[in-house]
Design a protein around this ligand. Structure first.
Ligand code: SF4
Ligand code: SF4
Length: 433
């Protein structure tokens, strides 16, 4: 695509990077067919190509973001399906991340939107605050119907829809030290996952230990920054990235790390991008690139080191590939292959490339589109008549569990069970073994 950014705009490295992305787009439109919002809404401006045009016009002309442009960018799930489809290698992720930061700096949202975005940024990345908010959710639940009828309050209704009926007791993340080990890995504690499902981390630690891996939790590490990054809050995202880079760099320098393991693929996509995010910071660029190079999804790492012996469970699994795993990280075969190796019968639903509607805070801020996508995804999964649904991202697990018939677990919970761990809590009423 031809561009005509003024030279003074191109003095900004972020603008220069976006211009390079835009120039790669040949406006062929292949990406439209696999974009969930275009599939649902049929509006070119809700397709990747349409959004690229909108972002080009806004950035190239240094325009103040209009409400119309913000609407279409906000409707993007950042599912990155368009990046898998694009034959020209357009890095839509970096472009939309930049556009969101640009909008966040220059656009004044209506008061209610500002409030909910601020609330999410102040609560979700902090496990204790998030746990407290979930504990208080039952008090507001009776007003859900009322809240849903007021457009400005719909995010609150969506938060209540997503809050679990009960909050698991907190589980301390404990580093392990094996007598003899084949590897030493750090695991991301993160923010939302250990609050909503601490059993994922426990299963991953047990499984990695069984594979001879020492697992450490680096002091001072926390939320990866993805949630605020996708809301355009660039400084908050960079602060989170720097804090984690410091925490893991200390571990690398202390005793070395073979990998940084991530069990929530949404976080993995962001951590693998720390090198790009911090490329302009001389104090962090090299360290961040090293952290990104070590970052792997837990299934990616297990596929590399191999599973311990397993006992087949006579269980059929519907595997839902999270967008951040299949499109963001291109980890496509490893989870299915590991499940099959561990003795599960694996099925993949139709339209597996389409997002379930979770997408970070999307199912709170764009709940109508998210719910439609969630139901569509659950319909396809239910048709498989599987015993259990497996996925690699806590956001997908929470979203799909609202609509699908079968219980939802993380892939590592099944792999842990098959290789000697306990049966996942979500399957406790499951009769077969
Ligand atoms: S598929 Fe790629 S090159 Fe074609 S319109 Fe979409 S982003 Fe542009
Ligand atoms: S990231 Fe997903 S929703 Fe956004 S334009 Fe690409 S395919 Fe569409």
């Amino acid at each position: 695509m031809q561009t005509s950014f003024p030279p003074e705009a191109l003095a900004d490295p972020a603008m220069r990077a976006s211009e390079e992305v835009i120039r790669k787009c040949v406006h062929c439109g292949f990406c439209t067919a696999t974009c969930p919002t275009y599939v649902l809404l049929g509006d070119e401006l809700d397709s990747p190509r349409g959004r690229i045009y909108l972002m080009k016009d806004m950035l190239e002309n240094q325009r103040e973001p209009s409400a119309e442009v913000v609407k279409h960018i906000d409707r993007c799930l950042s599912c990155l399906s368009c990046m898998t489809t694009c034959p020209s290698g357009v890095n839509y992720m970096h472009l939309v991340d930049h556009a969101r930061a640009y909008i966040n700096e220059r656009y004044e949202r209506p008061r209610a939107e500002r409030f909910f975005r601020g609330l999410l940024a102040a609560v979700l990345p902090y496990p204790e605050r998030f746990r407290l908010s979930l504990t208080l959710a039952p008090l507001a639940r009776p007003f859900r119907g009322l809240l849903r009828r007021v457009a400005a309050l719909r995010p609150l209704a969506a938060m209540l829809d997503l809050a679990p009926a009960s909050v698991p007791a907190p589980v301390l993340a404990q580093s392990t030290r094996l007598r003899t080990h084949a590897g030493r890995v750090a695991m991301l504690q993160g923010c939302a996952e250990p609050v909503l499902r601490p059993q994922i981390r426990e299963a991953a630690v047990r499984l990695l230990n069984r594979c001879g891996q020492d697992v450490i939790f680096a002091p001072n590490e926390g939320c990866c920054g993805a949630l605020v990054h996708h809301m355009g809050r660039e400084q908050d995202a960079l602060d989170a990235a720097r804090r984690n880079v410091d925490a893991w760099t200390a571990e690398i320098e202390r005793a070395g790390l073979d990998a940084i393991i991530i069990t929530a693929s949404g976080c993995g996509t962001t951590i693998k991008d720390y090198g790009f995010m911090l490329r302009g910071d001389p104090a962090y660029a090299e360290k961040a690139a090293r952290v990104s190079a070590l970052a792997v999804d837990v299934t990616e790492y297990l596929a590399k080191i191999g599973l311990p012996p397993s006992a087949a469970k006579n269980v059929t699994v519907a595997y839902h590939p999270a967008c951040s795993l299949q499109h963001g990280q291109k980890v496509i075969d490893a989870p299915k292959r590991l499940l099959a190796e561990a003795g599960f019968a694996v099925r993949v639903p139709a339209e597996a490339h389409l997002c379930c509607g979770s997408a970070g805070t999307y199912n709170i801020l764009q709940s109508e589109i998210a719910d439609t996508l969630g139901r569509r995804k659950a319909d396809h999964i239910d048709r498989l008549q599987a015993d259990v649904i497996a996925t690699g991202n806590i956001g997908c697990a929470t979203q799909i569990a609202r609509f699908a018939g079968a219980p939802v677990v993380h892939t590592v919970e099944l792999l842990d069970w098959a290789t000697g761990g306990p049966k996942p809590a979500a399957l406790r009423h499951f009769p077969q073994e």
